[in-house]
Ligand binder design. Structure first.
Ligand code: NAI
Length: 292
C-alpha cells in the first residue's frame, strides 16, 4: 500500500526520481520541494543528524502547501533518507548540495560517474565555484551542469541553469526542462564566479555588512531595504544564507572577508546565522530577533 501511495502524483512526471546529496539548508529544502512537486526523492548526507531535520522541514512544507491528508502522506513517503546513496543509480536527476569546497565536490562527482543511469542529469548547486573546475576531472565533463537554487527554496522561483564550456545544448535543455517540471523559473547563465545573481547580490550584502561593522544599526539598514521593496534586508539575508557560505562566495568573487572583522569573528566562532541560531542576529524558531 505504501508503494502505491508513494507513486501518487508521480504519474506522467518526466523526471520521476531525484537524488540529492547534502541535506543542509539547501539540499534538504531542494529535496522537499521536488517531493512536493511529485518526484520520488532520496536524500543523502554523511550526517544522519542533518537528514532527520530536513525530513521534518519537508513535512512542514507539505502540510502548508497540500490540502488533503492522503496527498501529504504520499509526499512524506516520496521523500526518503538515503545515507548510503542507494538512490544514485536509479535517479533521473542528481543534485549535489554539499559544503562549498572544490575538493569535496570533485570527490563526490568522481565517485558517482560510473553509477549513473544513462541520460541522467548531473547537477551541482554551487553558489560560486566555476563549473569547469568541478567537472575537469570527470570522464564525461559535459554531463555536469549547474542548477543553482535560491534560499528559501520554497519561496524563490529562480533557478540559474549554469552552462560550462563542456556542456552542449542537450544537457542545458534538460536542466531547464527539469526546473520547469518542478515549477521553477530557469535562467541559463554562463559559468563565471558568482554567476549572475551572486555577482550582483554579494557587493550589496557586503556593503551592508561593512556599514554594520562601522557601527550602523543592522535593524535600520534591513528596514530601509524592506521599505525599498526587498523581501528581506541584506543582513538578515546574509544570516539566512549562512555566514560560512557567504564568506566562501565573497572570497570566490575576490571581495574577501578581512581577518579580525566582525564577520570573520562570527564565522570563526561558528555563529553562522539562522542555521546555528546566531549570526549577526540571534534566531529563535526561524525568526531574527530584532532590537530597536
Ligand atoms: P550546509 O552547510 O547547510 O549543508 C552542507 C551539507 O553537506 C551538510 O549537511 C554536510 O553534512 C553535507 N556534506 C558535506 N560533505 C558531504 C559528503 N561528502 N557527502 C554527503 N554530504 C556531505 O550548506 P548549504 O548552505 O546547504 O550549501 C550547500 C551548497 O549549496 C553549497 O555549495 C552552497 O554554496 C550552495 N548554496 C547555498 C545557498 C545558501 O543560501 N545557503 C544558496 C544557493 C546555493
Amino acid at each position: 500500500a505504501s508503494e502505491a501511495l508513494k507513486k501518487q502524483g508521480t504519474k506522467g512526471v518526466k523526471f520521476a526520481r531525484v537524488h540529492v546529496i547534502g541535506a543542509g539548508v539547501m539540499g534538504g529544502d531542494i529535496a522537499a520541494w521536488c517531493a512536493l512537486r511529485g518526484m520520488s526523492v532520496t536524500l543523502q548526507d554523511l550526517d544522519m543528524e542533518r537528514i532527520t531535520p530536513a525530513l521534518d522541514r519537508g513535512k512542514k512544507l507539505f502540510k502548508k502547501r497540500l490540502r488533503k491528508k492522503y496527498e501529504i502522506d504520499a509526499a512524506v513517503l516520496r521523500l526518503e533518507a538515503d545515507p548510503t546513496g542507494k538512490g544514485v543509480s536509479r535517479a533521473d536527476v542528481i543534485i549535489e548540495a554539499v559544503v562549498e569546497k572544490l575538493e569535496v565536490k570533485q570527490a563526490i562527482f568522481g565517485g558517482l560517474e560510473d553509477k549513473l543511469k544513462p541520460g541522467a542529469i548531473l547537477a551541482t548547486n554551487t553558489s560560486s565555484i566555476e563549473l569547469e573546475r568541478i567537472a575537469e576531472k570527470l570522464k564525461q565533463p559535459e554531463r555536469l551542469i549547474g542548477l543553482h537554487f535560491f534560499n528559501p527554496v520554497a519561496q524563490l522561483p529562480l533557478v540559474e541553469v549554469i552552462r560550462s564550456t563542456f556542456n552542449t545544448d542537450a544537457e542545458i535543455g534538460k536542466g531547464a526542462a527539469f526546473a520547469l517540471a518542478i515549477g521553477k523559473s530557469p535562467v541559463v547563465v554562463k559559468s563565471a564566479p558568482g554567476f549572475l545573481v551572486n555577482r550582483v547580490l554579494m557587493p550589496y550584502m557586503l556593503g551592508a555588512v561593512e556599514r554594520v561593522e562601522r557601527g550602523e544599526s543592522k535593524e535600520l539598514l534591513d528596514a530601509a531595504a524592506v521599505a525599498f521593496g526587498m523581501p528581506m534586508g541584506p543582513i538578515e539575508l546574509m544570516d539566512t544564507v549562512g555566514l560560512d557560505v557567504g564568506k566562501s562566495v565573497a572570497t570566490e568573487l575576490g571581495h574577501g572577508v578581512p581577518d579580525g572583522s566582525q564577520f570573520d569573528q562570527l564565522v570563526k566562532a561558528g555563529k553562522l546565522g539562522r542555521k546555528t541560531g546566531e549570526g549577526f542576529y540571534k534566531w529563535v524558531e526561524g525568526k531574527a530577533q530584532k532590537g530597536e
